[in-house]
Design a protein around this ligand. Structure first.
Ligand code: GLN
Length: 185
């Protein structure tokens, strides 16, 4: 199984390590020629969604990656990655890929509660640690299925080939989310 990890900004290296631990072959997507090869899945890491969104356009990756997602390429998107997939961002008038029918709220936990860890049940995965860093949450879904909630807020969702998480599985010991993603391919 070959997974492309978007490596423009953010914590892509941690995702690569996890994916390798789970048996996947991994390569980094940094420029247009990187996506000319065949691959089975895509990871959109956390970071800063505005920066990643801008770089996707500048590096001429945006349209090709969006088309791949629409055509059914399995995607695991975390935090900023989740914002990239959302059809609507409640507190920002930008839309990036906009391929997932949900509304997210950026930096939704405010400054003080900006980063925290907890443990919760994720449907199809189990009880897992969840690390939130200036995270969004999903304020509304309109087609995407909610897979996990923390304090009444949706923090994970799936719509067909797209899995989006508000938290950072790449920062915890547990590999269950990666096994779930790889099995879904
Ligand atoms: N706050 C970031 C954003 O709005 C997301 C944070 C993260 O990816 N850890 O894009």
């Amino acid at each position: 199984m070959v997974i492309g990890v978007l490596a423009l900004q953010g914590d892509f290296i941690e995702h690569e390590k996890k994916l390798r631990e789970c048996g996947a072959e991994v390569f980094e997507i940094r420029q247009r020629c990187d996506i000319e090869r065949d691959f089975d899945g895509l990871v959109l890491p956390g970071g800063e969604s505005t920066v990643i969104g801008k770089l996707l356009h500048e590096l001429d990756l945006f349209e090709s990656l969006r088309n791949k997602i629409i055509a059914g390429m399995p995607v695991l998107a975390t935090c900023a990655g989740m914002i990239l997939l959302a059809k609507r961002i409640e507190n920002d008038n930008k839309v990036h890929f906009g391929t997932m029918k949900m509304t997210v709220r950026r930096n939704a936990y405010g400054r003080q509660l900006g980063s925290f860890r907890t443990q919760s049940e994720m449907k199809g995965v189990g009880n897992i640690p969840m690390t939130f860093i200036r995270a969004p949450y999903i304020s509304e879904t309109n087609g995407a299925e909610i897979l996990a909630e923390v304090d009444g807020k949706a923090v994970a969702a799936r719509e067909g080939n797209q899995i989006a998480l508000a938290f950072h599985p790449e920062l915890d010991e547990c590999n269950m989310v990666y096994d779930y993603f790889l099995k879904s391919i």
